[in-house]
Design a protein around this ligand. Structure first.
Ligand code: B4P
Length: 194
């Protein structure tokens, strides 16, 4: 099993690049954002709880998100590998993920950070808001809140994985195909070593 975390600020292109990577490598794609939006669309108790938190640009509680990921991992132990997109977003989530994977005798092999400057992030999210209908994309105050949550809580997750030498940085601005090619180079290099 080869497991990847695609990491970056809101709007850095995690979802965009994940779509390409799952086709190329047959990873199981676990996007906590997608799972949460699905819960909201189905009006489940979890979705009802998450809806207002997400609409405010805040992070959903660790317990909820960790529980969701545990279920998905436990249900899919025969896959080639997992592509974690938008998870972990806090140190607590990262530690829980490490423990969960260790129980399954596997680990995170690489954390790919998509580096995108703040003005570009804000521009992309506002653009996406025009077509996505996502309540967290439509106004600048909420987008600023999401970026702040990223700086205060999520960016620490990259430092956590740096101590295990698992982090690589990829320039996340430019052509989608060029960014994808850089990501693939990192994965291929690491897979050839293991
Ligand atoms: P997510 O669904 O994870 O989404 P995201 O961070 O907003 O976007 P992403 O980085 O995937 O960007 P995309 O490719 O779409 O999170 C949403 C919310 O869910 C969070 O705020 C939080 O409330 C909650 N949540 C999720 N996971 C959680 C967790 N683990 N813990 C707690 N809460 C959690 O790209 C954005 C736009 O840019 C697109 O329109 C795309 O077309 C464009 N784009 C992409 N690459 C580009 C490029 N190279 N050039 C130009 N445009 C580009």
């Amino acid at each position: 099993m080869f497991n990847v975390i695609l990491f970056g600020a809101p709007g850095s292109g995690k979802g965009t690049q994940s779509e390409k990577l799952i086709q190329a490598y047959q990873f199981l794609h676990l996007s906590t954002g997608d799972i949460l939006r699905n819960e909201i669309a189905n009006n489940t108790p979890l979705g009802i709880e998450a809806k207002s938190i997400m609409a405010e640009g805040k992070l959903v509680s660790d317990n909820i998100v960790i529980g969701m990921i545990k279920n998905k991992v436990n249900d899919n132990l025969n896959v080639n590998g997992f592509l974690f997109d938008g998870f972990p977003r806090t140190i607590e989530q990262a530690k829980s993920l490490d423990n969960l994977l260790a129980e399954k005798n596997t680990t995170i092999h690489i954390v790919i950070c998509l580096d995108v400057a703040e003005p570009e992030l804000k521009k992309r999210l506002l653009e996406r808001g025009k077509v996505s209908g996502r309540p967290d994309d439509v106004n600048e105050t909420i987008i600023a809140q999401r970026v702040e949550e990223y700086h205060n809580r999520t960016s620490l997750v990259a430092n956590y994985y740096k101590q295990f030498n698992k982090v690589v940085h990829v320039q996340g601005e430019g052509k989608i195909e060029d960014i994808y090619a850089s990501i693939k180079q990192h994965i291929t290099r690491l897979q050839s070593l293991s």
